[in-house]
Structures are given as structure tokens and as C-alpha cells.
Design a protein around this ligand. Structure first.
Ligand code: ZN
Length: 285
């Protein structure tokens, strides 16, 4: 490793991973640590700093951070994070750049996942595409490009309201898609994680609702392809073809090509490093 290494940090609701990237031209990285995500911002910052320092490098080309939460419009901190509430409004990017004297970038995990898949996955063939994570929550980002101009936006796909849905969402709204598709809400409602649900009626409903959400996304953004990731999608091979079938049955005037994220669970950490080559003003946090 030389001093041009890039650092990628993926902060999930339960665990944090730190990786070193020799180059931004490859998704390959060396995982230097994985540790439980600390609820205390100061402790988490300390753990990230000491982990990065443990690599023994003198300096870094940049640090990119993927966060399971909404990022402030200026990209410098976290503004909404139900699982990381004590990070809210802290000068996260500034604290890291003060310490390492290198560029630091933050983004929502779905934005990072999108950047990674757009560069290395199937959606690289599409100017208008999205990344969807189906996990504890249901999150997404999409990117619209034309010629050399591109714009990437984090969106609240899980909190779109489905007609007739009377379920109360953890976000405070009534009727959100995520009341059917969010791992945490499923666990609260059924008393077990989706990993332990084999009931076909449950999965029919799950995929009906998620397909509706995807058709709405396609119609509202004019995207042509979606890379799908997150534990629920990656661990249930039957879901992708089922979703594609249901989307095809509803969508008219457009097509939407679904595929599993090529980088799987690594998409957010890979994308966190890729942030360092994507201009901040092309990302709507
Ligand atoms: Zn909601």
C-alpha cells in the first residue's frame, strides 16, 4: 500500500466496515476492520480514526463514507438517521478531514451503492438507472445522465404511500411501502425476521407491493434499469424474477430491467470510495 490509497467506510445500522482501495478503477479493496456501529458519535469517530491509522499509512488520497441515514444538503453531516440518532448535526466530514488532512466525502448508502453499480455493475449500460436496497429499510437512489452531465439523487422510495394501505409506518406516515418491505417493520409486525418467513402468501404480497413501488419509480423518474441489493433481495433468489414478472405486467410505455447488484453487499463500501471521484455538485443528498 502506498500513500495514494483511498479509504472507504460503510456505516450500517449494526456494523461498520473500513476498506483500503489502491485505485478507483477497480472494486477490489482490502478490508481492514469490521466493528459494531457505535451509537455514540464520539466513540464511532474514534473507532474509525484508530482503524484507519492502524493501516500504518502516512497519508491518504481521500476518505469516502457511506451512511445508513440521510445526509445534509451540503454533504458534510447526517441530518436524519433513526438508527444513528446521535450522529445528527455533528460535523462528521469536518472532524475526519481535520484529523487526516485529506478530502472527505459522505453520502447515503443507496447513493454509494448506485455509484459502485454504475461503474462496475450491469446498470453501467444505462444513462437512467437506480439502485434499490431491500434490507432493514427500503432505500434507493437514482441517476439521470445525458452526455457528460449526470445527477444522482437519494430518494425515500420506502416512504412512498400506496393507495389503501392503512399500516402505520415507523416514520410517522400512514401507508408507506416500507410497512410491507422493510425488514425491521416486518420483524415488528410478524415477530420474526424475513429470513425465517417461508409463507408464499407473504412473499406474494411483499413482491406485489415492491413491484408497485418500482413501477412508480420508473414512471416518475424515467429510469430504465435498477440494480437491487440488500440482504432480503440477495438471500431470496426467487424475488428478482417474481418482481420482474410483476413489473412487466403493470408497466406500459416503458420497460424496467431489474438485476441483482453485481457487487452485492459490498456495493455501499465500494461506492463510498468512488465518491472521491464524483463531483459533490452532481449529488442531491
Ligand atoms: Zn414511512
Amino acid at each position: 500500500m502506498d500513500e495514494t490509497a483511498y479509504v472507504g467506510v460503510d456505516i450500517g445500522g449494526t456494523s461498520t466496515r473500513v476498506g483500503l482501495f489502491q485505485s478507483l478503477d477497480s472494486p477490489d479493496f482490502t478490508l481492514i476492520a469490521r466493528f459494531p456501529t457505535e451509537q455514540s458519535y464520539e466513540q464511532q469517530l474514534h473507532n474509525i480514526i484508530s482503524t484507519v491509522k492502524s493501516s500504518g499509512l502516512e497519508g491518504y488520497a481521500g476518505i469516502g463514507v457511506s451512511v445508513a441515514g440521510r445526509i445534509a444538503k451540503d454533504g458534510r453531516g447526517v441530518i436524519v438517521a433513526p438508527n444513528l440518532s446521535r450522529y445528527v448535526s455533528k460535523p462528521f466530514a469536518q472532524d475526519l478531514s481535520d484529523h487526516f488532512q485529506c478530502p472527505v466525502r459522505l453520502a447515503h448508502d443507496a447513493v454509494c451503492g448506485l455509484l459502485a453499480e454504475k461503474k462496475f455493475g450491469h446498470i453501467r449500460n444505462f444513462d437512467r438507472c437506480a439502485y434499490l436496497t431491500v434490507s432493514t429499510g427500503t432505500g434507493a437512489a437514482f441517476q439521470l445522465s445525458k452526455a457528460q452531465v449526470s445527477l444522482t439523487s437519494s430518494i425515500e422510495i420506502g416512504h412512498q404511500i400506496l393507495d389503501g394501505n392503512t399500516r402505520q409506518c415507523l416514520c410517522g406516515q400512514v401507508g408507506c411501502l416500507e410497512t410491507f418491505t422493510g425488514g425491521r417493520q416486518i420483524e415488528l409486525r410478524y415477530g420474526r425476521s424475513p429470513a425465517h418467513i417461508t409463507d408464499s402468501v407473504f412473499w406474494e404480497t411483499f413482491s406485489d407491493k415492491l413491484a408497485l413501488g418500482l413501477v412508480n419509480l420508473a414512471q416518475l423518474t424515467r429510469i430504465d434499469a435498477v440494480a437491487i441489493s440488500g440482504a432480503i433481495a440477495l438471500n431470496n433468489a426467487f424475488l428478482l424474477p417474481l418482481l420482474q414478472h410483476k413489473v412487466n405486467g403493470m408497466l406500459r410505455g416503458a420497460t424496467l430491467e431489474l438485476s441483482l447488484a453485481k457487487l452485492g453487499e459490498n456495493a455501499p463500501i465500494v461506492g463510498s470510495a468512488m465518491l472521491l471521484e464524483v463531483p459533490e455538485n452532481t449529488i442531491l443528498h
